[in-house]
Design a protein around this ligand. Structure first.
Ligand code: PEP
Ligand code: MN
Length: 335
């Protein structure tokens, strides 16, 4: 439930109303914008008499919020959140657009350094690389683990690009101390114990939508992280499972404008996992840029044919360079 206050309400009146809500066993979330002041009520609001609250002198209107996500909800936080990454404070959201690029998995020092240099030269602003890989088959390459993270850190040191890598288990959090953005993959998006642990960190989290996750479920997962006090979350649409088999997944491009209505958190698109095909990555990236996404995460490999993971959807550095140039043009065209 939210209470929108009348303009001109003074701080003392706001404080006493908040105190009254607290005495009803509720917690509050105060949002004071330039024009509107909103008190969000958290807890069991079923017993609150909305008519009584609305009848108060300082209250303009009262609305019951059916969505169970409160902290992620744009209704409580009308301004878009800007997530700042790393010492360079690379920004996502509120008009700030970034391209994360790099291989699916870190495979060797030479591979990650080559790709890091190439994607930086082409305009990527963050480097991705999986060190702990969630593979469907236990017999597939599982990632270089701690050694992979060390190599990513070396690439970060050389290029200055902040790094993004996937965490699968809370016990490995200490290894991620110098990783700038922790990725929660599609398979772990409802691993609530992991999400709770990430809520305790003060580090940006890239939260991917699960293959069968609704947008509401994605936001409830973000809410788990935010409930712990970490509100630095970048949401990622990476394709969902539908009856279509021509592509690896089905890119739900409407998730971008829809999530922008539902939440203040930045939303990026992963066209690589969404399509599974290198040739579809560019058109989907342009679509993402055109519909207002706050960024992209794209798989790039120096030798896709011999990649240990996801080679079919990986771009060469040259292809990535072309894509990055076109994305800039689309962003300018729709600005
Ligand atoms: C990845 O980014 O390499 C990955 C495994 O992504 P997803 O969790 O979206 O499948
Ligand atoms: Mn991958």
């Amino acid at each position: 439930m939210i209470a929108v206050l009348k303009q001109g309400t003074d701080q003392q009146q706001i404080d006493s109303l908040i105190e009254w809500f607290h005495s009803q066993g509720l917690r509050t979330n105060l949002s004071q914008g330039d024009e509107v002041t909103i008190i969000g009520l958290i807890g069991d609001t079923t017993k609150v008499d909305a008519d009584l609250v609305e009848s108060l002198d300082i209250v303009e209107s009262v609305k019951r919020i059916t969505e169970p996500f409160k902290r992620a909800n744009r209704k409580f936080h009308p301004d878009s959140t800007v997530v700042e990454v790393g010492d360079a404070k690379v920004k996502f959201g509120a008009g700030n657009f970034q391209i994360i690029a790099g291989p699916c998995s870190v495979e060797s020092r030479e591979q990650i350094l080559t790709v890091a240099r190439a994607v930086k030269a082409a305009g990527a602003t963050l480097l991705r690389g999986g060190a702990f890989k969630p593979r469907t088959s236990p017999y597939d390459f599982q990632g270089m683990k701690a050694e992979g993270l060390e190599l990513l850190l070396e690439a970060k040191k050389e290029t200055g690009l902040p790094i993004v890598s996937e965490l699968m288990s809370a016990e490995n959090i200490p290894l991620f101390e110098n990783v700038d953005v922790i990725q929660v993959g599609a398979r772990n998006f409802q691993n609530f114990e992991l999400l709770k642990e990430l809520g305790e960190l003060r580090k940006p989290i890239l939260l991917k939508r699960g293959i069968a996750g609704t947008l509401k479920e994605l936001l409830m997962s973000a809410e788990y992280i935010m409930a712990g006090g970490n509100d630095q979350i970048i949401l990622c649409e990476r394709g969902i499972r539908t009856y279509e088999t021509a592509t690896r997944n089905t890119l739900d491009i409407s998730a971008v404008p829809m999530l922008h209505e539902m939440t203040h958190l930045p939303v990026i698109i992963d066209p690589s996992h969404a399509t599974g095909m290198a040739r579809l990555v560019e058109p989907m990236s342009l679509a993402a840029a055109a519909c207002g996404a706050d960024g992209l995460i794209i798989e790039v490999h120096n030798d896709p044919q011999h990649a240990k993971c996801d080679g079919a959807q990986s771009l060469t550095p040259e292809q990535f360079n072309v894509l990055a140039t076109k994305v800039c043009k689309v962003r300018e065209a729709v600005a």
